[in-house]
Design a protein. Structure first.
Length: 251
């Protein structure tokens, strides 16, 4: 990724931030999009001169439109896009409210429109690579974490991955996704106290994975980086299970 620019939407923590670290370590440039000014500033401080930051609330239609306009006026080639934004708040189907559903779908809407803007940049400059962070929950239900609306949203992202792979291939744009299982990231802070996330997940879900442990951001970021690189130049439309073996069968 040396001398290439990658836009990471939702890049201030977890898998997105770890991917940014890996890209910068290889001399690539990253632009991180997030909603928290504090997290953006902290990420910038860690990543240094090869990182830019943009504060945007992806659930705010006007803010998304402003970011789209900014992307459309970008003269640099955006070589890579990582769609890493997400929320995860398990709730039984019968208890879901419209606001819960809308929260997930507003992120999908933002992802769709921002990806379209970036793809236009890639078309104008001769190609690129897009990686979406999907989810094992889009493929397999888990009784302990009822997630119907979340799973519906992520299944849509998987479908979008394959459709865009077909449509954008003639423009030299590859589109793939990763499908993680349980990974220790701040996303679980919606229902677990932040300082308890690691202990809760390792204690409750290590055995859920045939490999014997939950994932770390680096486990997934390594695959994202691989899919962005020329090492996977003949890979598009793939949804890679990076899940400790969960989709192979629960231990």
């Amino acid at each position: 990724m040396t001398n290439k620019t990658t836009l990471i939407i939702g890049g201030t923590s977890g898998m997105g931030l770890e991917t940014a670290h890996r890209i910068v370590a290889q001399g690539g440039h990253v632009t991180l999009v997030g909603s928290s000014a504090a997290k953006l500033d902290a990420a910038k401080a860690k990543l240094g001169a090869l990182a830019d930051i943009i504060r945007t609330d992806l659930t705010d239609t006007a803010a998304v439109e402003a970011l789209i306009a900014r992307i459309e006026t970008e003269t640099r080639h955006i070589h890579g896009l990582v769609n890493a934004a997400g929320v995860f708040a398990p709730k039984p189907f019968l208890e879901h409210e419209a606001a819960d559903y809308d929260r997930y779908m507003s992120l999908n809407r933002a992802t769709f429109l921002l990806t379209q803007a970036v793809a236009r940049n890639m078309v104008a400059h001769g190609g690129g690579a897009i990686v979406n962070i999907g989810s094992m929950w889009a493929k397999q239900a888990v009784r302990a974490t009822p997630s119907s609306a979340y799973s519906m949203a992520k299944a849509g992202l998987h479908a979008l991955t394959q459709h865009l792979a077909m449509e954008l291939a003639p423009h030299g744009i590859r589109v793939n996704a990763v499908s993680p299982a349980v990974v220790i990231t701040p996303i679980y802070g919606a229902f677990i106290e932040p300082e308890q996330i690691e202990a809760t997940l390792t204690g409750g879900f290590d055995g859920f994975h045939p490999i014997g442990r939950v994932g770390r951001p680096a486990d997934v970021a390594a695959t994202i980086q691989h899919l962005l690189s020329d090492n996977t130049a003949w890979v598009t439309g793939a949804i890679w299970d990076v899940d400790g073996g969960v989709m192979a069968g629960v231990a």
